[in-house]
Structures are given as structure tokens and as C-alpha cells.
Design a protein around this ligand. Sequence first.
Ligand SMILES: Nc1nc2c(ncn2[C@@H]2O[C@H](COP(=O)(O)OP(=O)(O)O)[C@@H](O)[C@H]2O)c(=O)[nH]1
Ligand SMILES: [Mg+2]
Ligand SMILES: [Zn+2]
Length: 296
Amino acid sequence: MPEGQIIKALSGYYYVHEEGSNQIWQCRARGVFKKRGISPLVGDYVSFEPSSNGEGTVTEIAKRRNELIRPPIANVDQALLVFSIEEPEFNQILLDKFIVHIEKADITPIICLTKLDLAATLDGIPEEMEIYQKIGYEVFITSSKTKIGLSDVEEYLKGKTTVFAGQSGVGKSTLLNELDPSLQIETGEISLKLGRGRHTTRHVELIRLPSGGMVADTPGFSQLDFSSIEAEELSGLFLEFRDYSEQCKFRGCLHQNEPSCAVKSAVEKEEISSQRYQNYLQFLVDIQSEKQKRRY
Ligand SMILES: Nc1nc2c(ncn2[C@@H]2O[C@H](COP(=O)(O)OP(=O)(O)O)[C@@H](O)[C@H]2O)c(=O)[nH]1
Ligand SMILES: [Mg+2]
Ligand SMILES: [Zn+2]
């Protein structure tokens, strides 16, 4: 049976790129998936059965390496977390929220700071970026307007499947258009009145870039709550806490109010960024209070 990868899902159809060919097959999913509560995702490697009308039926889904629910996509190597320096203004708590969710899904986060042309001087680059570089995250600083940094991003996407994530209006679609001008993805002018971009990307689709690599522009990560994350696992999703955690006095230390906490002393010694730690505490409280609510 032919095999391929789902590159688009729209209105109950799955568009399967047949392996070793350029053909795209419009497929339905076999009924049994629904019964078992499984829905095929963009990025899934599948077997499919061509039918006489030129369409096909997805008959099997290969085991996923990872998956995200919103946006619905599977088998991703890395997530490009796109944040603009201005319009909208850089938001570190949102960046940390993205990182936590991406780390949880076992996908590598990469940070891309856009709209450098809007930073008045180079001093306008948020100094927080150094924190992330020190943790070991790749950071790119770009402007689609002046074309700065675009080839570095392009190089990093080669041979990988990358999902673009970030608030509406930060310049994801514009960046993709720069990487492949034939795409002509709709971009949104910032509404001055609302101060945010229009939602112009409506479905998830994997696109093959001319330079190699697959990318997904997405309608956004709508659900960034912590319902799927346990308090005990949160600190493992802050990578720079990991080595310290092992030295805390109490096993399962949440680095909150416990005595002899190695994470807290690392914050005091400025070995861990206090902003990152504050965001950690904020998320921890969110998780704990969500749990409380579910209990009653
Ligand atoms: N000044 C400036 N504006 C940009 C840049 N990149 C995108 N924009 C603008 O930001 C707005 C939102 O861009 P868009 O790509 O639709 O954002 P998306 O919602 O993340 O896909 C549009 O008006 C773009 O023209 C940039 O590098 N510099
Ligand atoms: Mg867009
Ligand atoms: Zn601790």
C-alpha cells in the first residue's frame, strides 16, 4: 500500500504527500479511527488506499514521535518561537509559557526575535535574550523589512520539520514569505485600534521550503493553559533548573517554600535568572490552583 505524510487537513479531508513522488492525494480517514477516538494529524506518516475516483483512504497511522494538540500537528523536530521586539511588544512570560509547552511535547524550542528594524537602536534588543542563549537555546534576531538574519534562520530550518509559533501579528507569515516568496501567505496589517494583528492563518499546513526543510505556519497556539502539566514536572521543563534540582534537600522539591532549596540559592547567586524563576513560580501557582478547582 502506498505511504506518505499528511501535509494538510481541511474540512474532513487529509492531503497526503506520497513518498517518493510529487503527488498529493486527497484522502478520507478510515471509519475505524473515529471509533477509536484517533484523528489523523498533519505531519502523520500514513498508509493509504487509492480509490477509483482518484481520492484515497488513510488506513494506517505510524507511531508518532511527538504531537501537539493546538495546533494539531505531529512529528515535529523544532518550534520556532516568534516574538517581535515591538508591535506587539516582547512578552517574556508568554515566551516562557511557550517554552514549557514545547519542552513538554519533546520538541526543541528556537527563539526568533523579529522586527529588529523597529528597535530604535541595538540597545532596543531585549537583554533577556542573553538568558536564553546561556540556557542553551538558539536565538535569532531578524527583520523581514531589512532582511537581517533571515539566511541564518533559513539555514537552521534545513532538513528539519519546524512549527512556527507566536502571537498574532509578530510576523510569522511575513517571515515565511521571505523564506519562500512563492508562498504569498496572507499577512495582517496591525490594527492600530486593537493593537493586534488579524487572524489570517486558518489551517495547519506543512510547506516544503526551496532551501529544504518543512515548516508549518499555524493559526496560533490557542490553548496554553497548564491542564496537561503536573506541578512536579514543571521544574524539569525549565532546563537550567535541572542540575540544581538534584541538590535540593527534599526529593520532589518544588522550589517554592522548601528549606535548603538549591534552585532558590542559585537564583540568589544570580546563576538562574530571577525573571525565569518568578515565571516558574507563577506557572506553579496556576497549576496548583487549576488542580484545586478540578477537585471541587
Ligand atoms: N516593521 C516590521 N514590520 C513587520 C516585520 N515583519 C512583519 N511585519 C508586519 O507585522 C504585521 C503582522 O505580520 P504577519 O506576518 O501577518 O504576522 P503573523 O500574525 O505572526 O503571521 C504585518 O503588518 C507585517 O507587515 C518586520 O520585520 N518589520
Ligand atoms: Mg500569520
Ligand atoms: Zn528546590
